[in-house]
Design a protein around this ligand. Structure first.
Ligand code: ACM
Ligand code: ZN
Length: 759
């Protein structure tokens, strides 16, 4: 440690003595490095021009790192890099006794890169390429100094290739981008209900049958009636393909962690080998998204089959960790299966949760005997965590907190911050996603270490990861749209959380330095974070909307239409300065208002639809608190914007209690004809429309008690009022528990509301 500081100090002081310098200058590299010093800012002598052909001296570099230098120099900057001792403008020097993976770059009249190991040298190459900027066609570098090293060991991205398949070349492009942003773990989700994607020579039917489905559900799976694309869909990687990808990743200092899902999400495998299920029934590879009851049977024959498979796949993946899934395994079949019940009895297990724990323990022992380490989703905690297992915490931070308390390694990947299959923008223009709302700013806030962990617990946290589940990601372009720029925000929080720039500075770096890189690489990334932000608030007349742009002097052109069944009628055009307000009147006599918002600077168009009603912008009191993750603000219920279908997290208010009480207070007493409430009924996501809605004593004096029962899951409930009221008090009762045989059986169902119209 001391030697490290000493050697850095020497390099650091040598520049300090030669040139004036600016500390705390903003460095264009993302993830932003630990130290950056810019010399002679703004002056001619402060820059170094960079020729398109560069010579480098690299006696100690491995052939691979040299070829990565040539590859990424060409890819990112169009440079030709040639090894030559004599006229080298870049010199590489290996250091000893320094922080693992650390590097420094000194840019004076020449460039010197010092590095701890090959990975560090690779990171230095990525940073150097990001430091080069182009001015009037000329490439230059600011003179200065970078010293850098990563904070977390596990900086991961996951890719589900089962729901949609990505070719070998697409996976390689995915890995290239990961490498540019210094990720080092590729979690490859190779098997699931909808397709088995890795060749087994011992069990060839896994790909002959399991890699292909006859059809695929269209639209969001909650859209009814469901329609299907009747096209055979699938694909798989041969073992040679797998070796090639693992090698390609390793060359970029990325470890591949394979995932073979068990005991749940096994329908593709069971389509090929139904004898490893509980019922033995032949079922097709699944064409719908969700959680399915037919999982691997816990009998010995299945465990032997899975061990055979692991044994076959282990040599393909040189990394330490092997992911065995473990999530979302309904116990419906196990409860009725005589084989499973026999395993429970023979092993003196308490229930099916302990059976799952037994199942995972068998595989843990097997993997450990082969020198590997088992990792699984946080459900592997249920029924007891097996001794060597590492936990990937996805249902929040709690699983990771508990695993670290028990002394197990943890990778944090909570849905709240790390699920890149969620929406990242609030506009209607966002492409179809599974649901949820995880904008760039939310990802940037992420920390894998929870404040509820002790220092000892924190020491078990390996790092974090974002997951790209691909039910709704059916092309490489859409994959890039969902992954970028959110992955860059994640890379920052994992690489250098201690000194990460403000979110505003990060966004500025993205826009000025990194969107051009992604554009040049022809990556279809999302620009949702550039869209004008809308800030909604209550106003005495109804609602106030403030449109703000990242460009200070942006102008907004608003085109307003009123629409009804008979069509759309132009009303007016308004020009708003950045951050000016628009007032929407609750008394407006129009069924619907459409506002098109066009930002002059960014050229984007957004559309806002508002349905005026008597409670628009009025006060909502929660007598039951919503779940924090789905508390999009009280105004959500009375902002004139109905939560859309398929549902998007930010548009709804979600409660995780079986009863919900709330009150709406109007500014003054008024005649209300009816209350019209919209709920969500989405059993696949554990969301149920409530079974009973009561309207109680709205004004506290005259008793009004009306009850509407809703046993069959209607999403829209109207309750007659027909009197003058100041308060509307709603008491909503959902099921105590999700009924048996449904996803999430036994849990309290979610209640999602938006909007509550008063007419
Ligand atoms: C998961 O998202 N089911 C791990
Ligand atoms: Zn069974």
């Amino acid at each position: 440690m001391c030697k490290f500081f000493f050697s850095y100090l020497v390099v650091f002081m040598s520049i300090m003595s030669v040139i004036a310098q600016q500390q705390n200058a903003i460095c264009p590299i993302l993830p932003n490095p630990v130290t950056y010093v810019k010399s002679n800012p703004g002056s001619q002598s402060g820059t170094l021009s960079v020729n398109d052909t560069l010579f480098f001296s690299a006696k100690e570099l491995t052939p691979n790192v040299k070829s990565q230098l040539v590859y990424f120099g060409g890819l990112l900057q169009g440079l030709t890099l040639i090894e030559s001792e004599r006229n080298a403008s870049i010199t590489f020097k290996k250091q000893v006794n320094v922080i693992p993976d650390s590097y420094s770059i000194t840019i004076a009249d020449k460039i010197t890169i010092q590095y701890a190991n090959d990975a560090a040298c690779f990171y230095a190459i990525q940073s150097l390429m990001q430091l080069i900027h182009i001015n009037n066609g000329e490439k230059t570098l600011n003179k200065g100094f970078v010293a850098d090293y990563p904070n977390y060991k596990w900086r991961g991205l996951h890719l589900d290739v089962s729901r949609h398949f990505f070719t070998k070349e697409e996976v390689k492009r995915f890995l290239d981008l990961m490498a540019i942003y210094k990720f080092n773990v590729f979690h490859w989700h190779l098997t699931d209900d909808q397709g088995w994607r890795i060749e087994s020579k011992r069990y060839p039917k896994l790909t002959e049958i399991g890699a292909w489905r006859d059809s695929t559900v269209k639209d969001h799976y909650s859209t009814k009636p469901r329609t299907y694309d009747i096209t055979k869909y699938g694909g798989f990687y041969t073992q040679e393909d797998v070796k090639e990808i693992v090698h390609y990743a390793a060359d970029r200092f990325i470890t591949v962690v394979p995932e073979i899902e068990m005991p749940g999400h096994a329908r593709a495998a069971l389509a090929a080998y139904p004898n490893f299920s509980c019922t033995g029934n032949a079922l097709p590879v699944e064409n719908l998204w969700g959680v399915f009851d037919d999982i691997f049977c816990a009998k010995k024959e299945t465990l032997d089959f899975l061990k055979d498979l692991l044994d076959e796949f282990i040599p393909l993946f040189p990394g330490t960790y092997f992911h065995v899934g473990g999530d979302e395994a309904p116990k419906t079949r196990w409860k009725k299966c005589s084989n499973c019940q026999e395993v429970i009895t023979d092993n003196k297990l308490k229930d099916e949760h302990e059976l799952q724990s037994y199942f995972i323990r068998q595989l843990d022992e097997f993997l450990t005997s082969k020198g590997k380490k088992l990792i699984g989703w946080d459900e592997i905690l249920e029924g007891g965590l097996s001794s060597n297992a590492a936990v990937m915490s996805w249902r929040g931070f709690e699983g990771g907190i508990e695993a670290s308390r028990q002394g197990h390694e943890v990778v944090m990947t909570p849905g709240s911050h790390c699920y890149f299959d969620h929406y990242q923008g609030k506009t209607k223009e966002e492409p179809l996603a599974i649901g949820g709302y995880t904008p760039l700013s939310k990802v940037y806030e992420f920390s894998p270490i929870s404040p509820n962990m002790s220092a000892t617990q924190a020491s078990f946290v390996l790092g974090g990861q974002a997951n790209l589940w691909t039910e709704y990601i059916d092309s490489f372009d859409k994959l890039m749209y969902m992954a970028y720029p959110r992955a860059i925000a994640l890379s920052q929080t994992l690489w250098n959380p201690a000194k990460k720039p403000s979110f505003e500075t990060f966004e500025q770096l993205l826009i000025e330095n990194h969107f051009p890189i992604l554009d040049q690489l022809k990556i279809n990334f999302s620009r949702s974070n550039l869209l004008p932000q809308q800030h909604w608030s209550s106003h005495k007349q109804g609602l106030k909307v403030n449109f703000s742009s990242k460009k200070e002097n942006d102008l907004f052109h608003l085109t307003i239409f009123q629409s009804s069944d008979s069509g759309k009628k132009f009303t007016k055009e308004i020009m708003l300065q950045n951050k000016q307000d628009l007032i929407i009147d609750r008394e407006l006599d129009s069924p619907e208002l459409l506002v098109n918002v066009h930002s002059e600077h960014y050229g984007f168009e957004q559309q806002v639809k508002i349905i005026p009603h008597k409670a628009l912008g009025e006060t909502v009191h929660y007598l039951t608190s919503p779940n924090k993750q789905y508390d999009s603000g009280k105004l959500t219920l009375v902002n004139g914007q109905k939560g859309s279908r398929p549902w998007k997290g930010h548009e709804w208010v979600g409660f995780d209690t079986s009863t919900v009480a709330l009150r709406i207070t109007l500014q003054k007493k008024r005649r209300i004809k009816e209350v019209d409430i919209s709920f969500l009924n989405e059993p696949g996501s554990w969301i149920y429309s409530p079974k009973k809605i009561q309207l109680l004593n709205p004004d506290g004096r005259k008793k009004l008690d009306r009850t509407v029962s809703n046993e069959n899951g209607q999403e829209r409930i109207k309750i007659e009022v027909n009197r003058k009221v100041k308060n509307i008090y709603l008491y909503i009762s959902n099921w105590e528990e999700i009924p048996e045989g449904n996803p999430g059986a036994g849990h309290v169902p979610w209640t999602f509301i938006d909007e509550i119209f008063l007419r």
